[in-house]
Design a protein. Sequence first.
Length: 195
Amino acid sequence: MVRAVVGRFPIYVEEEFISDEKKWEFVLSKIESIDPAVASFVEEAPDGTMRVIGPFRARSGYALVISSPLSSLFHFLVLNVPRVLNAVVKPGRAYVEIYEKRDLFDSPGVFTLKVKGAKGFSLKQTKEDMKLFLGVEVEPAFQPVSLRSTKNGVIMTLKTLTPETTALVKLSRLCGTGENRRYGHGDVEIYRIVE
């Protein structure tokens, strides 16, 4: 039986891809060379289904991070993208995050979310993503701790009160928040605060 996994992993390229559209089209063209039907699906899918984040400076060239909260698409990407691009999908390596769906539903706790390239963080949007990608309806239960705007986005700290709300927080790492998420906008870094 195949485990339901979601996550993100890097591909390494020579070009910096200053334009969001060009990096998206580059990755989409590589997916199309593998399976045109999957590329068509990704093109028409809701924003956040697949994201291309970066570029980030790497040892030689640049890294683009591909992220997907949709298990079947993530499986396809992990198994096929390394055939046509220089990709690393080994847990523990830089930019590689792979979660079993059940691991998202972790114990409640205090989390700091650093949202880049967005003016805020939408629990409503993440709640809709949870229903769409994981098939789970959740009423967020949390206590806000702090919110601070920065020139690159926002930093917020909140205390989750249920495992489902913790899953919402963790899912935002894969889906992003805000608009134009497919281009990597609204990327969320999550830090669990040990109490």
